[in-house]
Design a binder for this molecule. Structure first.
Ligand code: ADP
Length: 387
């Protein structure tokens, strides 16, 4: 019954909460705190704490200034505030998450600050570090690579036209090697950024209605026209002429490039890669089949896991961090589709992406107008195939 919830009952309940909870007035005097705050954070009994500021209690000296600044911010803006801080309690280092909420009197004037301090667990802390680390990659890694790339392209163009005599061929070959390796690094950083972006829900799904047959066929043609890797021509086969469905073109092309580049990367010289389109009830299937090295039965279930690379790193013949398929699976699932794999060791593998045959109301995507350079994407995706 509600009437049983007296002030004492509530206080007892709050004393059971492991977070540090406090309430103080605008002068910083503690009006209320729970048992954890008193015992573990301040290190004094509640009665001694009430009515006193940090300074009067002579505790937590290194953190008082920050606490005051943050309190003033809450008072000034009249809005809740959240921040993390590293603190030492009994010589042990903790990262804490601090939340501060303004409270108001009947006239709407701010009259206090209610706060909660929570220790961040090791896993949470690691997650935060990971998030920060990956977002740093964007600037620290991708930006300079793009600068190098554009300088090389400029140089390459100039070399083509100016008469460097005997040096010209060496120059162009070296520039080509630098460019290829830059593309390899760019591929890794793009995959990292996109995977973490997807996991954090930061990547938008932008579908529109397109002809899936035309899209898959033109990706195959563009790869064939770009370069013949290991003397392999991609064979395109379809049982339908045209099928308009809704999908995100950029993301589906990413999926295709990953599957086709793997089909070549893990194939033999003069091997075969067949990309075909099949209609199966409510789904359309895109199959990428190769005659390559195949995948062991025990590895098949892990193949879509992050950083999974079935090759022994010490004897590996191909590059790759094992992010591509994980990213591919995420992208396919964004389409409410699914991906499956069949493989026979030494004979080859077949990856099938199945997408629902649905048509959305046109979203009028601006993508077609600002459509990116597919050739650049192909160059990046295929940069780690060694012949
Ligand atoms: P990466 O190619 O960057 O290592 P992926 O996630 O694309 O990463 O692939 C993970 C692993 O799965 C590859 O390293 C390879 O061992 C295996 N694999 C993927 N596709 C094929 C394929 N078509 N044939 C044989 N093995 C494959």
């Amino acid at each position: 019954m509600r009437s049983q919830y007296t002030k004492d009952t509530l206080e007892l309940l709050l004393d059971r909460v492991p977070d540090y909870i406090f309430y103080r007035d605008l002068m910083g005097r503690n009006i209320y705190c729970n048992e954890s705050y008193a015992k573990d954070f301040i290190g004094k009994p509640k009665e001694e704490i009430y009515g006193k500021t940090y300074e009067e209690l002579d505790v937590l000296k290194p953190y008082v200034n920050v606490a005051r600044i943050k309190d003033s911010e809450v008072i000034e803006k009249k809005k809740p505030l959240q921040y993390t801080q590293t603190i030492y309690l009994d010589g042990v280092k903790y990262t804490v998450n601090i939340e501060k909420y303004p409270t108001f009197d009947e006239d709407g004037n701010i009259d206090g600050i209610l706060g909660r301090i929570r220790k961040i667990s090791h896993a949470e802390e690691l997650d935060k570090l990971k998030e920060g680390f990956f977002s740093n990659i964007r600037h620290e890694f991708r930006t300079p690579i793009n600068m190098i790339m554009s300088s090389i392209q400029l140089l390459e163009n100039r070399c083509e036209y100016c008469g460097l005599g005997d040096c010209k061929d060496c120059f162009i070959r070296d520039i080509h090697r630098i460019k290829l390796n830059t593309l390899r690094i760019l591929k890794i950083s793009n995959n990292f950024i996109d995977l973490t972006g997807l996991q954090a829900g930061n990547i938008e799904y932008s579908p529109d209605n397109y002809d899936i047959v035309e899209c898959v066929e033109s990706v195959c043609n563009d790869i064939n026209n770009y370069k013949k890797f290991k003397n392999i021509t991609i064979i395109f086969d379809t049982e339908i002429e045209e099928l308009i469905i809704s999908f995100d073109k950029v993301k589906l092309e990413r999926v295709l490039l990953n599957l086709i580049s793997n089909a070549i990367k893990f194939n033999h010289k003069d091997g075969i890669v067949i990309v075909s389109i099949i209609v199966e009830g409510d789904f359309v299937g895109i199959s990428v089949k190769d005659t390559g090295i195949g995948i062991k039965e025990k590895d098949l279930e892990n193949i879509f896991n992050e950083f999974y690379n079935v090759e022994d790193r010490l004897v590996k013949s191909c590059e790759g961090l094992g992010i591509g398929l994980k990213l591919t699976k995420h992208l396919v699932e964004m389409h409410k589709g699914f991906i499956s794999v069949k493989s026979s060791l030494g004979k080859g593998s077949e990856f099938v992406v199945r997408l629902p045959k649905t048509i959305e109301e046109r979203v009028n995507n601006v993508l077609d107008k600002i459509y990116y350079n597919r050739l650049e994407k192909i160059k990046i995706e295929f940069s780690d195939i060694y012949e």
